[in-house]
Design a binder for this molecule. Structure first.
Ligand SMILES: [Zn+2]
Length: 466
């Protein structure tokens, strides 16, 4: 906590402070000292803290943000791939954290599918040591099974003690129901959720895109929606059996949203996330036809239309795959009604080696941290999603799902703050990413809304245009 008499403090004034954790939405100020929030809210709410600082002779730096900029708690991303250790050519903890800061994310959770896999105390400690001075807080997710091999549980208690905030074999779903049950039973007393990438491997096989008319047209092996829904249904049955905390990664189908809605209605301790690309893009993008929610949202908000893309565009290859527009609509409905808790980018940087070439051979993944906010704001500009719901899914709700100290500007909270201009129009240029991963289907797309300032523990870690 802050001492009684800080020597210096920062006062940020904004015409809109949006903090869903406090139901705060309006003009106001945030007072920061010694890395923490001293007070936040309207002028009357922060006045006593300011008066006290002045009486104590504290040096107060004041910054009034331009009209229209929005100040929120720093964003929380529960699902990123930082590639270090093992694949530093694709990303490092440092470049991934810089990409996070540019995207307004101050807290990110990194997946364990590195080399070595994050299945040991030593591996976790390595990540945490590399993360120490990074421009974002990094929380590792440890593997459920040793080497993500699906055969033997990792030492979950030891990994939790070493700093794992959750457990997942993301990318290598836990195929055995018995192993999945054991994982839930062991994770439950540790207070950490099990995070599942829902994919029935036998059914999905070599599928590389959504199984439907377009995969048939393109002659590509299909990845059917049932592949996700079967495993989610199994997992929900196991949650009913064990009572353990469970988080479903990157939902992509209407059926998965319905299963999750039903599970929440039944009171199961479950949460779920969705990516910007599954909300906005469709399987038609694989064929170069850029139709669906993003195209419609851009038109509704008066932004330039999308140019057609190449056929077999490997930047659209992602796992789970892009789905038809009806799935995107169901995901959006799930986000709106609270069935889906969090936005996760599933930031998955790759180099040209993994992405140039045949569609079927290319690696799965999209570099997502630096475009997430602007892409999501198209839904707000189009009038399909309200900003407080979006910001809650980027802050308070993922923080709560993973038990992280983040996602709020309540007094005493870490002073992690994101400030964005929702109306700044820009063109996505992957060459300017901080991430080493330039793999995005949004290259060249004009979006509206940009992060201006990211503050971590009271210090500016990113400022646009500097
Ligand atoms: Zn995954």
């Amino acid at each position: 906590m802050t001492s009684d008499r800080p020597a210096e403090a920062l006062l940020l004034r904004a015409t809109r402070i949006l903090d869903p954790s406090q139901r705060l939405d309006g003009p106001g100020a945030v007072v920061v000292a010694e890395g923490r929030v001293l007070a936040s809210g309207d002028e009357a709410t922060v006045a006593p803290a300011l008066a006290r600082l002045r009486t104590d002779g504290c040096a107060l730096r004041e910054r009034a943000l331009p009209e229209g900029w929005v100040l929120t708690p720093g964003f929380v991303d529960p699902h990123v791939h930082l590639r270090e250790p093992g694949f530093e050519g694709k990303e490092t903890i440092a470049t991934g954290a810089q990409a996070a800061a540019r995207g307004g994310f101050t807290t990110i959770c990194c997946m364990p599918n590195t080399q070595p896999v994050l299945d040991s105390r030593v591996a976790l400690e390595y990540v945490l040591s590399r993360a120490r001075n990074a421009p974002a807080r990094i929380y590792p997710i440890a593997a459920i099974t040793k080497g993500e091999g699906g055969r033997e549980l990792s030492e979950m208690r030891e990994l939790a003690e070493a700093g794992a905030v959750a457990f997942s074999d993301d990318g290598q779903p836990v195929g055995s129901s018995r192993m999945a049950r054991l994982a839930l039973e062991y994770a439950a007393p540790l207070g950490r959720p099990v995070v599942e990438h829902c994919q029935d491997e036998e059914l999905v096989g070599a599928g590389v895109m959504h199984e439907g008319a377009i995969s048939t047209l393109l002659g590509l092996p299909g990845w059917p929606a049932a592949g996700e829904e079967i495993m989610l249904a199994r997992d929900l049955a196991l949650v009913r059996l064990t009572g353990a905390r469970y988080h479903a990664a990157h939902l992509s189908t209407a059926g998965a949203v319905a299963l999750m809605r039903e599970a929440k209605r039944a009171g199961l301790p479950v949460t779920a996330e969705v990516t910007p690309h599954h909300l906005l893009l469709t399987d038609a993008w694989v064929a170069g036809e850029r139709t669906g929610p993003l195209a419609e949202a851009l038109a509704a908000s008066g932004l330039p239309p999308l140019a057609p893309g190449p056929r077999y565009d490997t930047s659209t290859k992602v796992n789970p795959p892009l789905r038809p527009a009806a799935d995107g609509a169901a995901l959006l409905a799930g986000l709106r009604d609270g069935t889906i808790d969090a936005i996760a980018t599933d930031h998955a940087p790759h180099g040209p080696v993994e992405k140039d070439g045949e569609y079927a051979e290319a690696a799965f993944g999209i570099s997502g941290l630096e475009t997430a906010l602007a892409a999501l704001l198209t839904l707000v500009h189009a009038g399909w999603l309200d900003l407080p719901t979006l910001i809650a899914a980027l802050t308070e709700r993922p923080a709560r799902a993973f038990g992280l100290e983040a996602g709020t500007l309540r007094s005493g909270a870490l002073a992690d703050i994101t400030i964005f201009d929702p109306n700044d129009v820009w063109v996505v240029d992957p060459a300017r990413f901080a991430s080493k991963g330039r793999n995005t289907p949004l290259a060249g797309v004009t979006l509206r809304g940009r992060v201006r300032l990211t503050i971590l523990g009271g210090a500016v870690v990113y400022e646009a245009g500097t």
